[in-house]
Design a protein around this ligand. Structure first.
Ligand code: FAD
Ligand code: SF4
Length: 473
């Protein structure tokens, strides 16, 4: 008999009061209690087709772990989750489930879908509180093969974990002083506490992955050195999209103009790692404008509030409806007092006599007719210029591939944006033994899509190491 749904909406996530949290880097969402998690898990109808699994790039058995939560078997739910996802506490916090597993949830046809992401977070946090660890007992005998992974973002971490679990020796080379990529340096503490990132990364070391930080590939070693001097049998490149874009307008060189990348990295170093402010100076700004509409822009504008801004403006050239940021983050930002300026874009930045930002001149936009994909481009409205007085401007208008690997590995193929060309099913590149995945291939995307690319590449690398191609292929 079909299960009767008594609760049509998701169990609400308890959060810190907006007026309190807008001044602190403390995590915004508190997480479910046991009772809330069981109530939410009980909304799952365990439907026959289980479409939610197809919406998960790392193929978690969602109905199984949700049922375990409903039954109060939280340890079992963690074993099911961690079998497929090495970063569940991270994914439960930042993945856009509304566009993935939850989007396909059968319950969502009539009601709100099961809150799969919140349940994932609950299970991972429970495991942490209980000191549960990823299963290491079932590791196969060492294969004798060595794989170098360049970059320790979600793509690199996933490929490393999967290959280690297959018995290969894996070393991650990370340019920065801590592993995690955007998880450590980009996404702020109030959304993703760094202790959680480090804890999940530590589990990789427990399954035998070696981590070498402060190793910039292209400087410390080249990709070819990894094969020829260090004896690696395969290389995975997961170096992300860390090169910020700036618009071509007057004034971008003034003091007080940042890329979101720099602004978030500096404030993360200051707030999460407690670096002295003198080591990582960032102009705090009383009136801060952030340009963009994605998750990065939301993180930057909410960080501005927490660094003490009186006014934090989000300037976006389309409307709220078109914003690519997660809905939840947009809501949180509005609750905290972020001032949204839609259908506007900067055309010039004006400075004072000390070359510091004083004013941002913007132009109003209107959305044009939909193109073949249904997307409406913003069209500037001549004569509609207006000024916003600001002392800090942060651009969150996209990021590209860092050119270092490209300049030192010319025999890889790149697209016109500098991203590595790799097979979407395997991550294989044109260079023998070299695989790639995550943002360095797709351009800026999501944590879970980078993890999915890492998973697919791990399978292909395992296959390659088991049946290497003869030289010359
Ligand atoms: P990255 O996470 O960028 O990691 C690449 C790593 O490679 C870095 O650690 C870098 O230091 C290292 N590296 C680079 N070059 C070298 C080199 N030459 N040698 C050695 N190491 C090198 N996605 C979501 O799903 N949800 C969100 O809420 C979300 N919010 C975001 C907020 C911000 C501020 C940003 C910037 C991105 C956000 N994203 C979000 C996107 C998501 O974080 C990325 O898509 C994801 O991290 C990409 O993973 P990756 O492994 O490809 O690269
Ligand atoms: Fe449960 Fe929704 Fe998955 Fe069906 S699609 S099994 S209802 S989570």
């Amino acid at each position: 008999m079909a299960k009767k749904i008594t609760q049509k909406t998701k169990t609400a996530m308890p959060c810190v009061d907006p007026q309190e949290r807008r001044h602190t880097f403390q995590e915004v969402a508190n997480g479910y209690t046991d009772e809330m998690a069981m109530a939410e898990a009980n909304r799952c109808i365990q439907c026959k087709n289980r479409p939610c699994i197809a919406g998960c790039p790392v193929e978690i058995d969602i109905p199984a772990f949700v049922q375990q939560v409903a039954d109060g078997d939280f340890d079992g739910a963690y074993r099911t989750l961690s079998d497929k996802n090495i970063l569940p506490a991270i994914c439960g916090r930042v993945c856009p489930q509304e566009d993935q597993c939850e989007k396909l949830c059968t319950l969502g046809v009539k009601f709100e879908p099961v809150a799969i992401g919140r349940l994932e977070r609950f299970v991972a946090d429970h495991a942490n509180a209980m000191g549960l660890h990823t299963d290491t007992a079932s590791a196969p005998a060492p294969s004798g093969k060595k794989v170098a992974v360049i970059g320790s973002g979600p793509a690199g971490l996933t490929v490393a974990a999967d290959l280690a679990r297959m018995g290969h020796g894996v070393t991650i080379f990370e340019a920065l002083h801590a592993a995690g990529g955007v998880l450590m340096y980009g996404i702020p503490e109030f959304r993703l506490p760094k202790t959680i990132v480090q804890r999940e990364i530590h589990q990789l070391e427990e399954i035998g992955v070696e981590l070498k930080v402060n190793h910039v590939i292209g400087r410390t070693f080249t990709v070819d050195d990894l094969f020829n001097e260090l004896g690696y049998d395969a290389v995975f490149i997961g170096t992300g999209a860390g090169l910020p874009h700036f618009p071509n307008i007057p004034g971008v060189n003034l003091i007080g103009v940042y890329s979101a990348n720099e602004y978030l990295t500096r404030s993360n170093l200051m707030k999460a790692y407690k670096f002295p402010e003198t080591d990582t100076p960032v102009v705090r700004g009383r009136n801060v404008a952030v340009i963009g509409g994605g998750n990065t822009a939301m993180d930057a504008v909410r960080t501005a509030l927490r660094l003490g801004a009186d006014h934090a403006y989000l300037v976006y050239r389309r409307t709220e409806h078109e914003m690519p940021a997660r809905l939840e983050e947009i809501e949180h930002a509005k609750e905290e007092g972020v001032e949204m300026v839609f259908l506007a874009a900067p055309v010039e930045i004006l400075g004072n006599e000390r070359s510091r930002v004083r004013t941002m001149r913007c132009i109003r936009m209107e959305l044009g007719e939909p193109d073949s994909s249904g997307r409406r481009s913003p069209v500037p409205q001549p004569g509609s210029e207006f000024d916003i007085d600001v002392d800090v401007i942060v651009f969150a208008v996209g990021q590209g591939a860092n050119p270092l690997i490209r300049s030192t590995t010319p025999d890889l193929h790149y697209n016109k944006w500098g991203n590595i060309s790799a097979d979407s099913k395997t991550g294989a590149t044109e260079k023998k033994g070299v695989f790639a995945g995550g943002d360095i291939v797709t351009g800026g995307a999501t944590v879970i899509s980078a993890m999915g690319a890492g998973r697919r590449a791990a399978r292909a690398i395992h296959e390659y190491l088991s049946n290497p191609l003869p030289d010359g292929c």
